[in-house]
Structure formats: C-alpha cells, structure tokens
Design a binder for this molecule. Structure first.
Ligand code: CP
Length: 314
C-alpha cells in the first residue's frame, strides 16, 4: 500500500483486517519497524481520537511523530494553480507539501469538507494535492468524503463482537444542530461493502448518500423497520448530499433511544465520537453495556497501526 485514503487503495482489505486483528492482540511485535522514520500529522480541523491514536500507533512501531495544526500554526495555504498570491494566503501547496516531506517520511492529513461546493469537496482537492506534490505516502485522517481509519476500526469492532456469521448492521442518520460532512457515513458504507454483513441504511428522505458509497445496501426510510432484528446500530449525522450541505431535518424521533433499540436483536450501539448526548443518542443507550463506543475509539490505534505497518513494509 502506498497511500491510504479510500478502500480502493487496499489490494486486499480482508488481509488488512486480519493484520489489524493481530495487532489488537499483539500491539508490540514490531517496535523497530519505523525506526529513524517520521510521521507528520497535519490537521486542518479539530481532533481528539485521530490525533492521539495515530501518535500511539506510531509509537508502537518506533515511528517519530510531528503534529501540526495547519489552520492555527502555519502560513495560510493556497491550493489554486495560477493564482496571483497578493491576498491573505502566503504559501502555495506546491512548496508546502514537498517541504513537509523533507521532514516526514509519511504524511497524515485531516481536511474536512467545506460543504458549500459539492464538486470541489468530492474532488478531494486538499488530500489529492498532498498526494500529488509531497512525494511521500499519504494517510487520510478524515478527508472531505471519507474517514477510512475510522471505518477500519469500525470493521475490527464488528468482527470482534459479532454473534452471528453475517450480522445485520444498521447505519442510521441521527439529528444534529450543525451541518456535518458525509465522510463517516460514506466511508462506513463503503467498507461494509467488503465486510461479511447485511447493511441497511436508514435516514429521512433527502439524506441519501452518494450511490458510490451506498451501493449494495438496503435503504429503509422507516427507522422502526430498519432497526428490526439488527445486530449493530451505527449512528451518525450527515448533511444532505443532494441539497448539498443543508440540514433538512432535526427531527428528534431519529435519535437512537431505548424504544428503537428494543426492536433489535439486542444490538450493539456504535458511534465514531464525538457524540452529542440526548441529541444523537439517549444516555440510556450510550451508557448501556451494549455500547461499543469506547472500544471503537480504542480500535482507532489498531487501524492506524495496521495502516502504518502496511505502508512501512510496502
Ligand atoms: N472519530 C474521530 O475521528 O474522532 P476525532 O475527530 O476526535 O479525531
């Protein structure tokens, strides 16, 4: 693997899953794999889990890390070609990315969707610019359209908790006061295409994900029908893809609550975090023994380590 930005970057996803499961059991088997190498973690947006789990994973492999909050600490970056740079932006990505690669052997990039220009977001302008100009492997730490480190951690979580060979997994939209990107929902649906699960996606009309991601899933607009018999309920808010970036509903009936969870096959509850309690999920669900959110966050170290290991042995 050279880059890790989407499922299609992985030649053999099942093999990566098996490596991740092995790392979960034996995280300290390769303490020198990254010796004398440095991972740069470049954040255009806030993070708790991705920031800490990536550093922890690097540490387990003997990789040094440099963390940079680009929006706060760096020169403002220009991504347009041919621009006359006589306004606020002081440095072009054509210099910034290869300069970062002078100090870092691998770059992790977090750059969320702007949610105003769908074509620009879905072109992944920031992530692809780093791939194009840095000359080093790039790991997505959540891009405009995908969050693959999260999805691999989610897959590990489902594999280690499933009670049936092919569980029913429900991805449910949930309300949120702000417009959020589609990245986590997109990515989870994309990775579930290669997992041994039956995926149902449930949301109010108008929240359909890009079919590239939801292909193969059952779309169910009635959450009560969707929850029936579920083994895993994965909650996430996203803004509309069709009416791009808009909040079309804040209907509280879509919150994950004990009433809907009672329709399931004693389903586990999942969310990538951070989560707004009693907006996205009721306290009674997230605080129940069926909640996997902390284990899921723990598996972020596992997925990051599996990916770094694959890149270092490429
Ligand atoms: N789930 C996740 O990516 O968390 P952070 O935004 O805190 O990194």
């Amino acid at each position: 693997m050279l880059h890790f930005t989407k499922l299609a970057d992985i030649a053999n996803p099942q093999q990566l899953l098996q490596q991740a499961l092995e790392i979960k059991q034996y995280p300290f088997e390769k303490p020198d794999l990254g010796k004398n190498k440095t991972l740069g973690l470049v954040f255009f947006n806030s993070s708790l889990r991705t920031r800490l789990s990536s550093q922890r994973a690097a540490q387990n492999l003997g990789l040094h890390t440099i963390v940079m909050n680009v929006s706060a600490d760096a020169w403002q970056l220009e991504f347009e070609d041919g621009t006359v740079m006589n306004a606020g932006k002081a440095e072009h990505i054509r210099e910034a990315a290869p300069v970062m690669a002078q100090y870092c052997d691998i770059l992790g990039i977090r750059a969320f969707a702007g949610l105003s220009d769908r074509e620009a977001d879905y072109r992944e302008e920031i992530l692809t610019a780093f791939q194009q100009f840095s000359g080093v492997p790039v790991i997505s730490l959540e891009s405009a359209t995908r969050h693959p480190l999260q999805s691999l951690a989610d897959w590990v979580t489902i594999e280690t908790n499933k009670k049936t060979e092919r569980p029913k997994v429900v991805l449910t939209w949930a309300p949120h006061p702000r417009a959020l990107p589609q990245a986590v929902g997109n990515s989870f649906a994309e990775w579930m295409q290669v997992a041994d699960v039956d995926l149902t996606i449930t949301h109010p009309p108008g929240y359909e994900l890009d079919e590239v991601f939801s292909a193969g899933a059952t779309i169910e607009y009635d959450p009560y029908k969707a929850y029936a018999g579920a083994d895993f309920v994965y909650a996430k808010n996203w803004s509309s893809f069709q009416s791009y970036g808009q909040v079309l509903s804040q209907d509280a009936r879509w919150m994950v609550d004990a009433e809907k969870m009672a329709l399931t096959n004693e389903a586990f509850f999942m969310h990538c975090l951070p989560v707004r309690r009693n907006v996205v999920v009721a306290d009674a669900v997230i605080d129940s023994p069926k909640s996997l959110v902390i284990e899921q966050a723990g598996n972020r170290t596992v997925s990051a380590q599996a990916v770094m290991q694959a890149i270092l042995t490429h």
